[in-house]
Ligand binder design. Structure first.
Ligand SMILES: *Cc1c(COP(=O)(O)O)cnc(C)c1O
Length: 242
């Protein structure tokens, strides 16, 4: 793991926030309409603390087990943290996910929707929910196909009784993101959901231009991550290549 000076991480956070505010203005978006999720996957509590100390409160993790090992402690130290699950969810982890997360960005099939609905009712706790759309129709990537998304959201509402807040996508690596963001924004308008979770370190400004309300930024804040294989053993099948 690289040795990251907290000064650097705070400077990088300020710079990302400044770029978000500048792009909001540039794209004639209301100030503060884009919310930053600092993606802390693979980084430990010692690397996350300086980002909390710099004022960031909203974080994203892609594995339930990894998040369970880090965030209960950090939440004891800082009460008003908001935690987002941005990685694929297995239905046997729905209980843990509903208990820990304030938002889940990766609802993409009936089995997950049903499991979440059961836990939300049981626990009396309702995370914000996003449906993940596989805009690039990539076989290795999670998410529902664009042409099935409207019906799926309708089933989430009518069959599972879930409130769906928005849509999320991860455009294919090596392709221009703009057309994927444009598609997701169009679908959200048609389906009638307000939130758009899109944009990462390399393309969050493009995402803001296309209407992102949440951007998910890791590397530009925390520095580069070690390769996945050496950082954390994959503990959940269905891990997606990003
Ligand atoms: C890792 C990850 C991000 C952040 O990616 P960076 O390129 O480090 O900003 C965003 N979204 C998802 C779903 C991720 O898994």
């Amino acid at each position: 793991m690289p040795d990251i000076l907290s000064d650097d991480v705070q400077t990088r956070l300020s710079s990302v926030l400044a770029r978000i505010r500048a792009k909001e203005a540039d794209a004639a978006r209301a100030a503060g309409s884009v919310r930053l999720i600092a993606v802390s996957k693979t980084f430990g509590v010692d690397e996350i603390r300086p980002v909390i100390a710099a004022g960031q409160r909203r974080f994203g993790e892609n594995r339930v087990q990894e998040a369970q090992a880090k965030w209960p402690l950090l939440r004891q130290e800082c009460a008003d943290l908001e935690l987002h699950l941005i990685g694929p969810l297995q239905s046997n982890k729905a209980k843990e996910a509903v208990a820990l997360f304030d938002a889940i960005h990766t609802v993409d099939r009936d089995k997950i929707a049903g499991a979440l609905a059961g836990e939300i009712e049981k626990q009396g706790r309702a995370p914000k929910l996003f449906v993940q759309v596989n805009t690039g129709l990539e076989p290795q990537k999670a998410g529902i196909a664009p042409r099935e998304a409207a019906e799926f959201v309708e089933r989430c509402r009518a069959v599972h009784g879930l409130a769906i807040d928005g849509l999320m996508c991860i455009p294919p690596a090596g392709e221009a993101s703009g057309p994927h963001f444009a598609l997701l924004a169009k679908m959200a308008a048609e389906i009638g959901v307000a939130e758009l979770s899109m944009g990462m370190s390399g393309d969050f400004e493009t995402a803001i231009a296309f209407g992102a309300t949440y951007v998910r930024v890791g590397g530009a804040i925390f520095g580069s991550r070690p390769p996945i294989a050496s950082a954390v053993a994959p503990d959940e099948p269905g891990e997606q290549a990003v």
